[in-house]
Design a protein. Structure first.
Length: 294
DNA sequence: CACTTGACCTGTCCGC
DNA sequence: TGCGGACAGGTCAAGT
């Protein structure tokens, strides 16, 4: 569920909280949570300090003074929660202020810092991961070589967007929006929201989109992503930011998880269907399927 | 090659 | 109340 706005929100929080802190210890539950540990951990993670926290697509990068970086993917249920208090490592009951920010059975990786603070990587469904790699090698990973441009970048134009969508002209538009090699960072929530905004039915083939629709979708996508960042992301159930706070974008969602409710634009009842293997929400009046004839 | 579907996991919800 | 099954969705491997 963490998509671009949620990962961006986590990044902003961690960039404020982590730089300058020095790693003193790391724990992880399972090698799959930290695939290349412990080979490089003692040499390049312990005693290294955090230089910067950045984001590319849905991936977080924690750059270390050792010339290595932690690469983190939250997938659907991942959380990265910072806690400045070391008290939870002792016995006894958690204090009220720590509720929701404590390690639990979903905690996969714990980083401890020399000042007593810690960072928990929690992931209920275990799809996420943390890796430790030389910073210089990150851009050589297949994912980073293939991933598309950042949709909110100042130099990303609607013409570039159109041209990249057209690389998959025979696919439905929803599947293409979800394709990370076309545009980075879009997941199920913002695909549905942006298609509603542009009044495009999700099964419309890219080749059937008129020029005005490319521009409308470009604008709609950037608007919903920016609005969600402004609201701290979407919290359906597990997502929280670096300090354990939920985001409020779902309050502003127009169709996502609003089946049975009235379309904010025309009042027609929003429906839920299945497109590209995903639950898909749309207004059947505003978003008409493209007719292949006529 | 272009495109679609299934696997990876666990918690939750729904019907019986 | 318990239990089976569907569902949630990001990404990659496997299938068509």
């Amino acid at each position: 569920m963490p998509e671009l706005p949620e990962v961006e929100t986590v990044k902003v929080g961690l960039q404020r909280l982590l730089p300058g802190r020095t790693v003193s210890a790391v724990q992880f539950d399972n090698p799959k949570s930290f695939p290349n540990a412990p080979a490089d951990v003692s040499e390049f993670l312990i005693q290294a300090s955090v230089v910067a926290v950045t984001r590319r697509a849905k991936v977080l990068l924690i750059e270390l003074s050792s010339k290595y970086s932690l690469i983190i993917h939250l997938k659907m249920t991942g959380q990265l929660v910072f806690n400045s208090d070391s008290a939870h490592f002792g016995a006894g009951h958690p204090s009220a202020s720590l509720v929701g920010r404590l390690p639990d059975k979903s905690t996969r990786v714990t980083l401890q810092f020399t000042d007593g603070s810690s960072l928990f990587f929690n992931d209920q469904r275990k799809f996420g991961w943390v890796r430790l790699l030389p910073t210089a090698e990150i851009l050589q990973l297949d994912f980073f070589k293939k991933v598309g441009p950042e949709p909110l970048a100042a130099d990303f134009t609607w013409q570039q967007f159109r041209d990249r969508l057209l690389r998959r002209k025979n696919s439905n538009i929803k599947a293409v929006l979800l394709d990370q090699t076309v545009v980075a960072g879009v997941g199920n929530i913002y695909a549905d929201e942006s298609l509603w905004g542009a009044k495009i039915h999700p099964t419309t083939l890219v080749r059937d989109l008129g020029p005005a629709k490319f521009k409308a979708l470009y604008t709609s996508l950037r608007d919903v992503l920016q609005l969600s960042i402004d609201k701290g992301g979407s919290s359906n159930h597990t997502y929280v930011d670096a300090e354990g706070n939920k985001g409020s974008y779902m309050t502003f969602a127009n169709v996502f998880r609003r089946e049975g409710q009235a379309c904010p634009r025309c009042g027609t009842t929003i429906i839920k269907t299945r497109v590209a293997g995903r639950g898909t929400h749309l207004c059947p009046h505003c978003q008409k399927p493209k007719r292949t004839t006529g």
